[in-house]
Design a protein. Structure first.
Length: 352
């Protein structure tokens, strides 16, 4: 082999070897930087915390990929924010705003995949039947989904009440009590509309509801909200609804202890009473149906499906009164006359 050819062969071989060394070195470095750190993570900010090797992290609105990488490196979750930045630069997909639950240890590419796909942490929250807007707001606030003030403001927004053709000033009674999955720090208006959409979806399954006007639906929702706070045994709900419609038909006051309780707890801000006293029946307020005939100004709670169906399809009877007579069984005594009603016993209220 000529000397010149051997020289060229050596030079090419050297470059090939150097290229392989560089490629292997780069690949090894990338593998190392991509791997999870050996040390224990240590978040230093409120938007990140670790519980039993699970990272809870909030990606803020408008936050850059470089900022996220810096926070992850400072917390000891990844080895290099620079490598994170390079991964972000070479990818056309962007990380999404939200709160995430990430099981550690994980590689940078695995963490980035979670943030890019938007696999957010969802909080399961249950709104009980009969809950008021304020009670609902407190539950959502405690779960970290939205603040009390933001929720109440959204639930009283004319934009939202007009969207659903609600005759009243708030969404009281129109947010269906259900178990929901919401992200942390979810916009309050989206929480309200999600619950309202659920309500009207359930309403579609109730016979005759689709033929009623918003005002007629509102009347039945008001009755349902009262029935929800009065009934304890499901088979009595429709009978109670019938009693209230019977009273309305003859111009008699509804005389619902639940409306008095609403005045005490939601308007006056007092503790929930176990027993309604006669002096409570004298509290002057438009929601007090002992003093004011007809329906109260609006619903007093979030009725569930049993109460809704009872209000839209009440039992036909000639009863005008009912009273709780078995506190343990939750049974009521239904009567035709006031004297018979008085003999039935003490006035109790239903807790949530």
């Amino acid at each position: 082999m000529p000397k010149a050819v051997r020289l060229v062969f050596k030079i090419v071989s050297i470059f090939i070897i150097l290229g392989l060394v560089i490629i292997l070195g780069t690949a090894g470095t990338a593998i190392y930087l991509n791997s999870a750190p050996d040390t224990q993570p240590f978040p230093r900010e409120e938007a990140m915390r670790i519980e039993e090797n699970v990272l809870f992290m909030e990606v803020r609105s408008g936050e850059t990929a470089f900022s996220v990488g810096r926070r992850l490196e400072n917390a000891g979750v990844i080895r290099s924010q620079l490598f994170w930045y390079f991964l972000s630069r070479f990818s056309k997909e962007h990380i999404k705003t939200g709160t995430y639950r990430i099981e550690l240890p994980l590689s940078q590419t695995a963490i980035r995949s979670i943030l890019v796909e938007g696999e957010q942490l969802l909080i399961r929250v249950t709104i009980p039947e009969g809950a008021t807007l304020r009670r609902t707001a407190a539950i959502l606030d405690e779960a970290g989904i939205t603040s009390i003030d933001n929720f109440l403001a959204a639930a009283s927004s004319s934009d939202i009440t007009n969207l659903y053709n609600i005759p009243g000033e708030s969404m009281e009674g129109y947010l269906f009590p259900e178990t929901y999955l919401f992200p942390l720090a979810y916009p309050a208006n989206m929480v309200v509309t999600t619950m309202a959409d659920t309500f009207f979806k359930r309403l579609e399954s109730i016979r005759g509801a689709d033929s009623l006007t918003p005002a007629e639906i509102n009347e039945r929702v008001i009755i349902a909200s009262i029935v929800e706070r009065e009934y304890r045994v499901a088979d009595e709900a429709a009978l109670m609804a019938g009693v209230f419609f019977n009273r309305l038909s003859i111009g008699m006051a509804l005389q619902s202890c639940a409306t008095v309780e609403y005045v005490i707890t939601e308007i006056l801000g007092r503790p929930h009473p176990r027993v309604i006293l006669y002096r409570d029946l004298e509290i002057r307020n438009p929601f007090n149906t002992y003093l004011r005939p007809g329906l109260p100004p609006g619903p007093i709670s979030a009725p569930g499906e049993i109460a809704l169906r009872a209000a839209f399809d009440p039992d036909d009877s000639n009863y005008l009164y009912f009273r709780l007579v078995d506190l343990n069984a939750g049974r009521h005594y239904f009567s035709h006359t006031y004297d018979e009603h008085i003999r039935a016993g003490t006035l109790y209220t239903k807790g949530i």
